[in-house]
Design a protein. Sequence first.
Lengths: 406, 122
Amino acid sequence: MKQIYLDNNATTTVKPEVLEAMLPYFREQFGNPSSVHWAGRMVSGAIEKAREQVAQLLNCSSAEVVFVSCGSEGDNFAIKGTAEALRHKGNHIITTTVEHPAVLETCEYLEKNGFEVTYLPVDKDGMLDLADLEAAISDQTILISVMWANNETGNLFPINEIGEIARRHKVRFHTDAVQAIGKVPVDVQAAKVDLLVLSGHKIGAPKGVGALYLRRGTRMTRFMHGGHQERNRRAGTHNVPGIVGLGVACELARLNQEKDYAYVRRLRDKLEQGILSTVPDVKLNGHPNPDLRLPNTLNVSFNFIEGESLLLFFDMKGIAASSGSACTSGSLEPSHVMKAMGVDIVLAHSSVRFSFSADNTEEEVDYILAELPPIVQRLREMSPLYQREEPTPLHCDECRMVHKAS
Amino acid sequence: MYTEKVMDHFSNPRNVGEIENANGVGEVGNASCGDIMKIFLKVEDNIIKDVKFKTFGCGAAIATSSMVTELAIGKTLEEALVLTNQAVAEALDGLPPAKMHCSNLAADALHEAIKDYQAKNS
């Protein structure tokens, strides 16, 4: 059976060049880069080379790059490290309702510890009102945290403008750029960000490695206590093969992003136009202007059918995608991003995300466009909501009780 | 995640559709949880002669709907009324724990349809 992978916002395959660069660091060059002896010396250069490769992609100095274990660690470090370091200056943080849980739940944790958090709403297209953002800034505001691109819809936030506002008000600015890196140009100088987080496995490096850009002079409280690695900024023995892989993936992204993602964009646009023109009752989630979304992401709701069922039928045809339905999120509610955008509850359960990489082909898009309409039609004919005249029941007492208890 | 039986009933659901002139119809669930099941009955001489279903929901929701129709056909109303959601789940060799609340409503939908029939024929 064909295997078509369209879930690259969840994770990517490790690129062959990345894997090849990593392999010597498991056996031959296994040393701890903090050691003084020959085994340690053999690998310390590799760490610094990778740091330079990450810095070049971001347009920063290599001293401003701190290696971490994943995007979630980077976001936790950026937000908690700032909150503690700047507690004497204020206790207010501004973020958005559509952030990744690594940001949202970290902010919720800080709320329980004396901080106040403003969660900025988004409009029906998933976009922020920058006047809202500026109005939310007070003399207590110590951090603005806004993602570069949304993982579910692919929406790109106006990071340069937000950076401008943050700089004008002298507020620190953190961006979770996990989804943007490698897909669109990311320049920390132009964007005036102080803290930026990226993750290896979204760009063809392995899982278990990421990086935090920490602008020179940005005071942080340590997050991971222990050894003196990363100039005392992050303890823990270096994940040498992972860091080497991340470096190579960043270099490949720098060299190939423009070409690869012009190609990816064509595939995405073809799937988007194909679905919207052939399947009735479909809603695009995210900004209608494709220039304001990541070039690889398409999120659509197939009305009247539930996302997990659709994914299971796709899976039987070898197509891997993801959904914002409650059943696939592991919670009782559909995606918080769809909710923040005011997407109708049935449509939120019906949302499906296709996320491309440069490994996808036009033949794969043609195959999906051929297989998808009959699957959708079959599930609709099974649905009591399709061609329904009476109103749809919307609420569940048992769920409300479960929510209250949790 | 799902057992073979669940996947069988999900990919080849039995008794999908509506019964014209059904003499009992029941619906449970809601859009908030993401599962809505509707059951149509044809009852003759206190026996369920035919059952059909329509379901909006995940794999477990569709599989339990399909299974409940198989279990109900040929039963008396009294027998069908003692059929539980748990029994439907067991007939499918079990469901993942996260699916036990929202998606396991099929017996409830059947009971609603029987009550509808009884209310109309009392």
